[in-house]
Design a binder for this molecule. Sequence first.
Ligand code: HEM
Length: 138
Amino acid sequence: VPVQTVVLLVVQWLHVIFAIFWFGSALYSRAVIWPALRRLGPERESEVIGAMRSGPARRITIVVSSGTVILGIVRGVAAGVLGELTTLYGLTFLVAAAVGVTMALWTIVGFGPAWLARLFVPGFFLMFTLMILMRFGY
Ligand code: HEM
Protein backbone atom coordinates (compact mmCIF):
# COMPACT_ATOMS: atom_id res chain seq x y z
CA VAL A 1 0.00 0.00 0.00
CA PRO A 2 1.52 3.41 -1.00
CA VAL A 3 2.53 5.67 1.92
CA GLN A 4 0.34 8.46 0.52
CA THR A 5 -2.71 6.21 0.76
CA VAL A 6 -1.93 5.39 4.39
CA VAL A 7 -1.53 9.09 5.24
CA LEU A 8 -4.83 9.93 3.51
CA LEU A 9 -6.57 7.08 5.30
CA VAL A 10 -5.38 8.22 8.72
CA VAL A 11 -6.16 11.89 8.06
CA GLN A 12 -9.63 11.09 6.74
CA TRP A 13 -10.32 8.74 9.67
CA LEU A 14 -9.44 11.52 12.10
CA HIS A 15 -11.30 14.17 10.08
CA VAL A 16 -14.52 12.19 10.02
CA ILE A 17 -14.40 11.19 13.70
CA PHE A 18 -13.76 14.81 14.74
CA ALA A 19 -16.61 15.91 12.47
CA ILE A 20 -18.97 13.31 13.97
CA PHE A 21 -18.09 14.51 17.46
CA TRP A 22 -18.59 18.19 16.60
CA PHE A 23 -21.72 17.80 14.49
CA GLY A 24 -23.21 15.21 16.86
CA SER A 25 -22.61 17.39 19.91
CA ALA A 26 -24.30 20.35 18.25
CA LEU A 27 -27.39 18.31 17.36
CA TYR A 28 -27.55 16.43 20.66
CA SER A 29 -27.21 19.65 22.66
CA ARG A 30 -30.10 21.25 20.81
CA ALA A 31 -32.34 18.18 20.69
CA VAL A 32 -31.72 16.77 24.17
CA ILE A 33 -29.48 18.69 26.57
CA TRP A 34 -30.79 22.24 26.28
CA PRO A 35 -34.50 21.27 26.48
CA ALA A 36 -33.72 19.05 29.50
CA LEU A 37 -31.82 21.88 31.21
CA ARG A 38 -34.67 24.28 30.58
CA ARG A 39 -36.89 22.02 32.67
CA LEU A 40 -34.49 22.30 35.63
CA GLY A 41 -35.08 26.03 36.06
CA PRO A 42 -32.96 29.06 35.08
CA GLU A 43 -30.50 28.84 37.97
CA ARG A 44 -29.37 25.26 37.42
CA GLU A 45 -29.59 25.77 33.67
CA SER A 46 -27.09 28.63 33.65
CA GLU A 47 -24.87 26.75 36.12
CA VAL A 48 -24.59 23.73 33.81
CA ILE A 49 -24.23 25.86 30.65
CA GLY A 50 -21.44 27.81 32.37
CA ALA A 51 -19.64 24.55 33.23
CA MET A 52 -20.05 23.30 29.64
CA ARG A 53 -18.49 26.46 28.24
CA SER A 54 -15.42 26.61 30.49
CA GLY A 55 -12.47 24.45 31.54
CA PRO A 56 -11.98 21.03 29.90
CA ALA A 57 -15.37 21.19 28.16
CA ARG A 58 -14.35 24.36 26.33
CA ARG A 59 -10.94 22.92 25.43
CA ILE A 60 -12.59 19.85 23.90
CA THR A 61 -14.91 22.06 21.83
CA ILE A 62 -11.97 24.10 20.53
CA VAL A 63 -9.86 21.04 19.66
CA VAL A 64 -12.74 19.23 17.96
CA SER A 65 -13.97 22.17 15.88
CA SER A 66 -10.59 23.46 14.73
CA GLY A 67 -9.35 19.86 14.36
CA THR A 68 -12.22 19.00 12.00
CA VAL A 69 -11.49 21.97 9.78
CA ILE A 70 -7.69 21.68 9.80
CA LEU A 71 -7.81 17.93 9.08
CA GLY A 72 -10.33 18.54 6.29
CA ILE A 73 -7.99 21.04 4.65
CA VAL A 74 -5.02 18.68 5.15
CA ARG A 75 -7.07 15.83 3.64
CA GLY A 76 -7.74 17.85 0.51
CA VAL A 77 -4.20 19.17 0.14
CA ALA A 78 -2.68 15.70 0.71
CA ALA A 79 -4.84 14.38 -2.14
CA GLY A 80 -3.67 17.17 -4.47
CA VAL A 81 -6.67 19.52 -4.49
CA LEU A 82 -4.35 22.54 -4.87
CA GLY A 83 -3.65 21.39 -8.42
CA GLU A 84 -7.36 21.36 -9.33
CA LEU A 85 -8.82 24.40 -7.60
CA THR A 86 -10.53 25.56 -10.82
CA THR A 87 -12.52 22.31 -11.21
CA LEU A 88 -15.95 21.76 -9.65
CA TYR A 89 -14.31 19.58 -6.96
CA GLY A 90 -11.82 22.39 -6.23
CA LEU A 91 -14.61 24.93 -5.96
CA THR A 92 -16.58 22.70 -3.56
CA PHE A 93 -13.41 22.31 -1.51
CA LEU A 94 -12.87 26.10 -1.35
CA VAL A 95 -16.48 26.74 -0.29
CA ALA A 96 -16.19 24.00 2.36
CA ALA A 97 -12.94 25.51 3.63
CA ALA A 98 -14.46 29.02 3.88
CA VAL A 99 -17.67 27.87 5.59
CA GLY A 100 -15.72 25.47 7.84
CA VAL A 101 -13.27 28.12 9.04
CA THR A 102 -16.20 30.47 9.71
CA MET A 103 -18.06 27.82 11.71
CA ALA A 104 -15.01 26.85 13.78
CA LEU A 105 -14.29 30.50 14.64
CA TRP A 106 -17.97 30.93 15.42
CA THR A 107 -17.84 27.96 17.81
CA ILE A 108 -14.71 29.28 19.52
CA VAL A 109 -15.52 33.00 19.68
CA GLY A 110 -19.28 32.83 20.30
CA PHE A 111 -22.48 33.16 18.38
CA GLY A 112 -23.48 36.82 18.30
CA PRO A 113 -27.15 37.69 17.72
CA ALA A 114 -29.83 34.97 17.98
CA TRP A 115 -30.85 35.11 14.30
CA LEU A 116 -27.24 34.40 13.31
CA ALA A 117 -27.06 31.42 15.69
CA ARG A 118 -29.97 29.89 13.80
CA LEU A 119 -27.68 29.46 10.78
CA PHE A 120 -25.34 27.17 12.72
CA VAL A 121 -27.18 23.84 12.37
CA PRO A 122 -28.10 24.51 8.70
CA GLY A 123 -24.37 25.23 8.25
CA PHE A 124 -23.59 21.68 9.35
CA PHE A 125 -26.07 20.22 6.88
CA LEU A 126 -24.51 22.33 4.14
CA MET A 127 -21.02 21.11 5.12
CA PHE A 128 -22.14 17.51 5.26
CA THR A 129 -23.70 17.83 1.79
CA LEU A 130 -20.47 19.35 0.43
CA MET A 131 -18.53 16.40 1.88
CA ILE A 132 -20.76 13.85 0.15
CA LEU A 133 -20.53 15.82 -3.12
CA MET A 134 -16.72 15.69 -2.92
CA ARG A 135 -16.91 11.96 -2.25
CA PHE A 136 -18.61 11.62 -5.63
CA GLY A 137 -16.06 13.85 -7.35
CA TYR A 138 -18.08 17.08 -7.45
C1 HEM B 1 -18.13 21.19 9.35
C2 HEM B 1 -17.85 20.06 9.46
C3 HEM B 1 -17.44 18.95 8.53
C4 HEM B 1 -18.06 17.75 8.49
C5 HEM B 1 -19.32 17.34 9.27
C6 HEM B 1 -17.31 16.92 7.57
C7 HEM B 1 -17.60 15.59 7.29
C8 HEM B 1 -16.95 14.80 6.39
C9 HEM B 1 -17.27 13.44 6.07
C10 HEM B 1 -18.40 12.63 6.74
C11 HEM B 1 -16.44 13.02 5.09
C12 HEM B 1 -16.41 11.64 4.44
C13 HEM B 1 -17.22 11.67 3.15
C14 HEM B 1 -17.14 10.36 2.42
O1 HEM B 1 -16.06 9.77 2.32
O2 HEM B 1 -18.18 9.90 1.92
C15 HEM B 1 -15.57 14.12 4.77
C16 HEM B 1 -14.60 14.08 3.78
C17 HEM B 1 -13.83 15.18 3.42
N1 HEM B 1 -13.81 16.42 4.01
FE1 HEM B 1 -15.03 17.01 5.54
N2 HEM B 1 -16.28 17.64 7.04
C18 HEM B 1 -16.32 18.90 7.59
C19 HEM B 1 -15.47 19.96 7.30
C20 HEM B 1 -14.51 19.98 6.28
C21 HEM B 1 -13.70 21.11 5.89
C22 HEM B 1 -13.75 22.49 6.53
C23 HEM B 1 -12.91 20.71 4.87
C24 HEM B 1 -11.91 21.55 4.14
C25 HEM B 1 -12.18 22.07 3.02
C26 HEM B 1 -13.22 19.32 4.58
C27 HEM B 1 -12.63 18.54 3.61
C28 HEM B 1 -12.93 17.23 3.32
C29 HEM B 1 -12.35 16.47 2.21
C30 HEM B 1 -11.35 16.99 1.19
C31 HEM B 1 -12.91 15.18 2.27
C32 HEM B 1 -12.66 14.05 1.31
C33 HEM B 1 -13.61 14.20 0.12
C34 HEM B 1 -13.32 13.20 -0.97
O3 HEM B 1 -13.73 12.02 -0.85
O4 HEM B 1 -12.71 13.60 -1.99
N3 HEM B 1 -14.18 18.91 5.49
N4 HEM B 1 -15.89 15.20 5.57
